[in-house]
Design a protein around this ligand. Structure first.
Ligand code: DC
Length: 215
């Protein structure tokens, strides 16, 4: 079974999807982490992210794996490094690059080929798994999402002004919704869930009910 969870940045997709996968005994795929790892790889090599061909070449050379909760880049654990604000603000180069998207979509489909998965991202229910049995579109109020992201960065030791986090999020929302390939949109057969006013546990309860109703 494939469960897709798409939605804007900061809607709470990752933590909800991770816990949902744990409850169901499914594999969890954090596809945003893959775009983050490509961005980190380019940065570490000092590459020009704006050069599409260079990024396309890079993605053909590196290996990105999701192993349990860890994100591995060429065998190295980069789970923390990919969450830095500096990576988040530069991620659009990888996310907008058609060759990068093609490769990552391939990796995502391969990961779901032999297992039940809960997969989380922007294009999972639309482009990557259009035939998924259960599709969820997770949303939340814009300021609430920025507040969560701001708090998340603070717990990782990065103190970024709230207004800067909000401004970056608006830009990212706009880019996520308007990119020519893999844009964020709600699949026609997706169920929309707003996380506003719900505790993390209530969110997972809601999602679990939806999945169980489709099993
Ligand atoms: O969910 P996240 O914040 O880790 O995602 C980081 C970026 O990666 C996001 O701004 C858009 C991009 N992304 C994407 O284009 N497609 C996906 N399936 C997942 C993420």
């Amino acid at each position: 079974m494939i469960v897709t969870i798409d939605g804007p940045a900061g809607a709470g997709k990752s933590s909800a999807a991770r816990e949902l996968a744990r409850r169901l005994g499914f594999r969890f795929l954090d596809t945003g982490a893959m775009y983050r790892a490509v961005t980190l790889a380019a940065r570490e090599r000092g590459l020009n992210l704006a050069d599409g061909e260079t990024l396309a070449k890079l993605v053909a050379e590196i290996r990105v794996e999701l192993v349990g909760d860890r994100v591995m880049l060429d065998g190295q654990d980069v789970s923390s490094a990919i969450r830095k604000f500096e990576i988040t603000t530069a991620i659009h180069y990888a996310a907008d690059n058609p060759a990068v998207r093609r490769q990552l979509v391939e990796w995502q489909r391969a990961a779901a080929a032999r297992e039940n998965v809960v997969t989380e991202g922007r294009d999972q229910g639309t482009v990557v798994f259009p035939d998924a049995e259960c599709k969820i579109f997770l949303t939340a109020d814009e300021r609430e999402r920025a507040r969560r992201r701001h708090a998340d960065l603070a717990t990782r030791g990065e103190t970024i002004p709230f207004d800067e986090v909000l401004a970056n999020q608006r830009l990212r929302d706009h880019r996520d919704e308007s990119r020519p390939v893999g844009a964020l949109t709600k699949a026609a057969d997706a169920i929309e869930v707003s996380t506003d006013g719900l505790t993390p546990e209530q969110v997972v309860d809601t999602l679990e009910k939806i999945v169980r109703s489709k099993q």
